[in-house]
Design a protein around this ligand. Structure first.
Ligand code: DAH
Length: 285
């Protein structure tokens, strides 16, 4: 009798305990829901995402074009030896063409590179006999210049091809494909004779103005043509100085100013805008 009674009491106590516990739990949940109320009809907070800088965008397009044609991408130091920057490129100490380059010298033998062409020399000196060189070298270069179209730090993309039996036709064909990929299939190129100490013959390349199609406008200053790069057949003396026999090998080289391409492609009229990092400007690209 006592056992049965004890069981009944336990059951009653347990029941009440569970009921109270459930009641408290429900109350707590309700409080939580009330305190964490969210108005799902409010507009979401906009996440601002960044994007590629116009300079990098132009570089990626240039690289894509050449990588597709089988070029590798090389790098060289920004602090460079006079030997690579000038000497080995057929620009000896007393060469008048050195005057074109307002250089930042660190010591008489070391300077901030004035162009990406020393990467040509560095690549040529690593040449393995019977293997072709096909490379581009993008990077920063430095000259004492500062206005709307010149910056003391700017970027170039160098190109170099060396193999047996390379002709000027290979150079023309390559740059024509490149210009069409960059500025559109209607683009025509024009090779104007020019002089660079490290190429012979040398040329500057103009493309038909992509804005007016060659008719002449404000953009191309009425001429219908826009200059985009310098190029030529690698000078035999440069090959020789890099330990390559110019009787056996030859090749072509070119140098593109990246800022110039970006300014043209995105219709920007002041180079300094590219470096100011003003979000109102960058947002437009
Ligand atoms: N290094 C030249 C400059 O900075 C550009 C250039 C011209 C590079 C002709 C080349 C070339 O490779 O063949 O003005």
């Amino acid at each position: 009798v006592m056992g049965a009674l004890a069981n009944k009491i336990r059951e009653a106590v347990e029941k009440q305990f569970t009921e109270k516990l459930e009641e408290l739990k429900a109350k707590k949940l309700e409080e939580k829901i009330r305190s964490e109320i969210v108005d799902i009809t409010l507009p979401a907070r906009h996440q601002r995402s960044g994007h590629i800088h116009p300079l990098d965008k132009a570089l990626r397009e240039i690289m894509k074009s050449f990588i597709r044609m089988g070029y590798s991408v090389e790098e060289g130091p920004e602090i460079e030896e006079d030997f690579y920057n000038f000497e080995c490129l057929n620009l000896p100490k007393d060469h008048p063409a050195r005057d074109m380059q307002d250089s930042f010298y660190i010591t008489p033998e070391i300077l901030l590179r004035t162009h990406t062409s020393p990467v040509q020399v560095r690549t040529l000196r690593k040449h393995i006999p019977n293997s072709p060189i096909r490379m581009i070298a993008p990077g920063k270069v430095f000259r004492w210049d500062n206005d709307a179209t010149h910056s003391p730090v700017f970027h170039q993309v160098e190109g170099l091809v060396v193999d047996k039996g390379i002709t000027f036709a290979d150079l023309k064909g390559t740059l024509e494909v490149f210009a069409k990929e960059l500025f559109g299939p209607e683009t025509k190129t024009k090779f104007r004779p020019h002089h660079f100490p490290f190429t012979e013959p040398s040329a500057e390349v103009d493309v038909t103005c992509f804005k007016c199609g060659g008719k002449g406008c404000r953009f191309c200053k009425g001429s219908g043509w826009i200059e985009i790069l310098g190029c030529g057949m690698v000078h035999p003396h440069v090959l020789e100085m890099c330990g390559i026999d110019p009787e056996e090998y030859n090749g072509f080289a070119f140098g593109v100013g990246l800022e110039r391409i970006a300014l043209l492609k995105y219709e920007i009229d002041d180079m300094r805008l590219l470096y100011e990092n003003d979000i109102r400007f960058l947002k437009q690209f």
